[in-house]
Structures are given as C-alpha cells and as structure tokens.
Write a protein that binds this ligand. Structure first.
Ligand code: TEU
Length: 559
C-alpha cells in the first residue's frame, strides 16, 4: 500500500501561486498553471502526493466547497486542459494527486439544485426538501431545530414551493439526500470520472455526516444541534462500503475521510481495513486540547493532555492520517508554537518561532501514519496579522461574528475569539519570496498577505541549512529510511504541563522522542532521564541534549 509511507502536501489553490496565465491574468487568485510551476518545490520537499482542495466550478460562497459542476474547472483556476497537464506534470515527477470530494452538499447553483426547486422535477428528491411547521401564533417555522456548522440557520425557505431545504453549512450549500440511490449513483460517476483522469484517490469532505437518518429535533447543544441524527450513521457506513466495492477497489487509490466530531469508536468502524470503508481519517481531538466549544474559545494548553489525546488515536486505530494544519485550522506555530510570543512589533520572528516550528514538525513526523503537510507549514507560516473582522473573508468567521453580535458579546471579545479561530489564518497567500506580494501574485491578492513575508518566505529558507524547510526535508527523508518512524508502535512515556516523551518501536529498533512546548528550559525527571541516553538523531535546536531540554526543543534519540 503505497499511500502508507507517502508524504502528502495539501494545496489550497487560491492561495498557492497566481501564474498570471489563465483567462483572468493576475487576478490575485492562485491557479493550476501556478501549481504546475511549483511542482519541483513539492518534489524537493519530499512529498509524493498532493491533496488538491477544490478546483471545480463554484460560485465560491465557501471557497470552492460549494460545487456547481463536478466535471468542470473553476475558470479562476484554469481549464480542464490545465488540470490534465497538472496530472501529467505531477506524474513525471512521481507525484500523485488526490482530489477533494465534496458530496455532503452542492452549490445552490448546481444544475441539480436549480432543477430541484421545481417540486415536480425528478431532481426534487436529490435534496432534502420539507414543509415547515407553524408555531402557536401561526407563524411559519423551519421543519426542525437543527443549527448549522457556520453558526447560522440550517433551513432556507423557498417561496415558490412553500417548502424549506436543508443546509448544514451556508445557505448556498444545500445538502444532498443520500437516502436517494440516484444520488449515490451520481457520486460513483464523479469518482470514476476523476479516477479515469488520473486521480490517485480522494479526501472526502465531512464524509461522516452525509446520511441523515432522521430529521427529528436535536438535543439542545451549544455547537451543532441535531448532530445525533446524522453523525456517523449506519447508512453512511453502508454507502462508503458501496462506493469502495463498486468503484474505489477497482483502482489503485486511497481515501482519507474528514470526519467531524468523530470519536474513536466511530473512527474504528470507518477505518478498519476489513470493513472496506475509508483508508484513514482526519480527527480533530488533538487540535482541540486547548479549545472549548469545538475550537472557538481558547483554554490553557497542557502537553500532557496533548500526549493523552495522541496516544488514544495512535493506539486506538491501526493507521492514522497525521496533520497539524489544513485550510480550516490556525497555523500550528501560532497555535502550539512560539510564533505569537516570539516576534517584534513589525512581525519579525525570532529564533524560538523557528525552533518551535521544527519541534512541531518533529512531533508530526515521528507518529505512526501517513503525514499531511499543509502549504506554508513547511516554512513556519503564521496566523494572519489582521486587526479587524473587516479584513476577514471566511464565511464561518462571519457567521460566528453575526451570532456573537446577536448574543451581545462585546466587540473586543468577538475579535479575540475570531482571531484565535478563523480559518483565514491558514488561507493567507503562500509566502514564496521577500519581493512584491511575496511572489504570490502580480495583481491584488484575494486575501491580504501576512506582512511578515519579508522574514518568512520560501526562497530564504530554501538554501539555508538551518531553516524550517531544511528541517522538514531532513525529517521526511529520515521517515523514508527509518520505517520505525512511520510504522512502529507508539507508547507514551511521560507528560506534564510543558513536555512530553514517547517511544516508537519496531522489531528491535527503538526511538525516543522528547518535546518541550514551552519557553523554559526543562529538566527531565530523573526517572526518565536514562531513557534519553542513546544516539541523538536530530534536534530542533541543533544542540546536543544534556540532561535538560532547551526552550521549544525537540529531540529524537535512537536507543
Ligand atoms: O470542513 C468541515 C468543518 O466542519 C469545518 O469547516 C468546520 O467549520 C470547522 O472545522 C468547525 O470546527 C469541511 C471543509 O474542510 C471546509 O473548508 C468546508 O467549509 C466545509 O467542510 C463545508 O464543505
């Protein structure tokens, strides 16, 4: 199974590279020719798979996660011919591509939905249309009390047919009806189309919520109310098995599911190879150890808690998808690292920014599973430097701001929480160099570039042996040569507020990893100090470990 020791690089196309060579030259959006022009960088990093966030035709209500044609390319990103060239050029370099499969919903501008607005249409039942209810005073009410993922309504009223349609995300993202076999057949067609074009698999968007068992009212909840009626349902497992049996198993490909609010018991069912559903999945627990209410309100970080979470997943599943960043999460060096504290007023980052980014990569690259690196993570890109909600584009942040305003939460607190959670933190354009617009576009970027691009950029790290980028490259090649790192058993050894130690073991090979998530030097408790004796393979500080861990250091020891 080639995907087991693969390194996947996630591209968020609109923020990667604007080539200036599409129908809309220099429009400030990254595009497919731009990706082609950077394939050598991806190869040089050591990645051999790309996960491409959506490039399909879309009105962009949720940056492409609202698809209006699964068989066409968004003209902002180029043409189908560009896409075919991307497959070919990637292949030349030994790089495979997995596509983003967004099937829980389509865009409201998708032909199916447009037709489904007519109650008589054969497409009506592709979506979830229901009559509303009336309250005591005779006013119209939606069919149930569910609340959405973007902190808003989940039912949209349609005058024409006097019915509502369900949308768990934005109202421009109507949910498909997976109780309708025709919808499942459409999905099979989409899968075949992209596999035949050369795709090596799919990252399956919110895949564990596609099947709605019932539309009954949900239990009261602070986050998404109604979840128990559609999260990880039997019907969903059955659909995944069917897709695997009828399509995916006929190709040499893999799937990684994005499974929201997933717990370990659900996850075992989805990823157990003998059940033939998903090959691996993304869970969220580890990134929420210092967050409340899913991920919106910050709480104190403890390395011990993170170690416990990771242990649960490392030991609970046979195989994990390992990630610290994606296009929905804040930047890891800002979240768990030192980026926020270690910078000058004009955004110049210090040595601890760099060391903590390396320590975090050591963490990710010494876990069992397939590693996913998000664009910019390999150079330690940080959260955005915006100062107000007006600079934020993210539909989720805007929904949240609206809801918090309604709840009379003061503006300063609203901004604090949005800053700490906004998905735009990860979506600022890729910082390629220190020149105009960070080398991302010759036009006006669709989302403002972080001003720290003068200090944090790809070109300055490329030829520097001490850089975060060089560190990633070293770790990736270590991971390729030392099988124990990707495949060995995981055992936790010690965790406290700031440090964690764990062991990896495969046959007679043993490795120890010790990580310091703090700006203090930390002495390892005497009981464990002996464990750290051995050959030091690599360290984030480049220093030799002597009895204590330097601030934000991480070390890998061969026993
Ligand atoms: O994400 C699902 C999802 O639940 C997050 O966007 C969510 O808002 C956040 O993690 C809450 O904690 C997927 C895509 O990755 C995201 O970009 C899309 O907006 C979303 O689905 C809808 O397609």
């Amino acid at each position: 199974m080639w995907w087991k020791d693969s390194i996947v690089y996630q591209i968020y196309p609109r923020s990667f590279q604007d080539s200036g060579e599409t129908e809309f030259p220099n429009d400030g959006f990254g595009d497919i020719p731009g990706i082609i022009s950077r394939l050598d960088e991806i190869k040089d990093l050591g990645a051999n798979v790309i996960w491409l966030s959506p490039v399909y035709k879309s009105p962009d209500a949720d940056n492409g996660y609202d698809i209006s044609d699964y068989y066409a390319i968004n003209p902002k990103f180029g043409t189908m011919r560009d896409m075919e060239k991307l497959f070919a050029e990637a292949k030349k370099r030994g790089i495979k591509i997995i596509m983003d499969l967004v099937i829980n919903h389509t865009s409201d501008e998708h032909e199916w939905f447009v037709k489904s607005r007519d109650p008589q249409s054969e497409y009506r039942d592709y979506y979830i249309w229901r009559p509303g209810k009336t309250d005591k005073r005779g006013r119209r009410k939606p069919p149930n009390n569910w609340t959405g993922f973007f902190a808003g309504e989940t039912w949209e009223y349609d005058e024409q047919s006097d019915e509502y349609y369900l949308h768990l995300f934005d109202k421009k993202q109507p949910d498909l009806n997976f109780q309708n076999q025709k919808v499942i057949e459409e999905v099979k067609k989409i899968l075949r189309f992209w596999l035949d074009k050369g795709a090596a698999g799919f990252r399956c968007d919110v895949i564990n919520i596609i099947y709605k068992t019932s539309l009954a009212n949900g239990k009261r909840s602070l986050t998404v109310q109604g979840l128990e009626h559609y999260k990880s349902q039997e019907g969903c497992h059955a659909i995944l098995q069917e897709l695997r049996r009828d399509v995916l198993d006929k190709y040499d490909c893999f799937t990684v599911g994005e499974t929201v609010f997933v717990d370990i018991e659900d996850a075992k069912l989805f990823s157990d190879e003998s059940r033939k559903e998903l090959n691996m999945l993304f869970f969220f627990d580890h990134l929420e150890v210092d967050r409340r209410v899913a991920r919106f309100i910050p709480k104190k970080f403890r390395a011990k808690k993170l170690l416990q979470m990771i242990t649960k997943w490392q030991q609970g599943l046979d195989w994990n998808a390992l990630y610290l960043e994606n296009h929905d999460q804040t930047r890891i060096v800002s979240h768990f690292g030192a980026a926020e504290t270690d910078q000058t007023a004009d955004g110049k980052p210090g040595i601890l920014w760099q060391r903590s980014a390396k320590m975090l990569s050591l963490f990710q690259m010494t876990l069992r599973g397939t590693a996913f690196i998000y664009q910019g993570q390999e150079i330690g890109m940080t959260n955005f430097d915006y100062s107000s909600i007006d600079e934020v584009n993210d539909v989720e942040s805007r929904g949240l701001n609206k809801l918090m305003t309604k709840l009379h939460i003061p503006a300063s607190l609203r901004w604090k929480w949005i800053k700490a959670s906004s998905r735009d933190n990860a979506r600022t354009p890729m910082q390629w160099d220190g020149g105009f617009n960070a080398g991302f576009t010759k036009g006006k970027p669709w989302l403002a570039i972080n001003k720290n691009y003068k200090y944090i950029n790809h070109v300055s790290q490329k030829n520097s042996p001490d850089s975060i980028l060089s560190f990633y490259k070293k770790l990736i090649s270590l991971r390729k040569t030392i099988k124990c790192l990707s495949c060995g058993d995981f055992t936790p050894i010690y965790g406290d507020q700031w440090i964690m130690i764990y062991q990896r073991k495969l046959d007679d090979e043993t490795y120890i990893v010790a990580l310091n998530f703090s700006s203090n030097s930390v002495i390892i408790p005497a009981k464990y100090a002996g464990l750290l004796k051995g050959t030091q393979v690599i360290s984030a500080s480049s220093e030799k470990y002597e009895d204590y861990l330097m601030p934000w250091d991480g070390i890998l020891i061969r026993k």
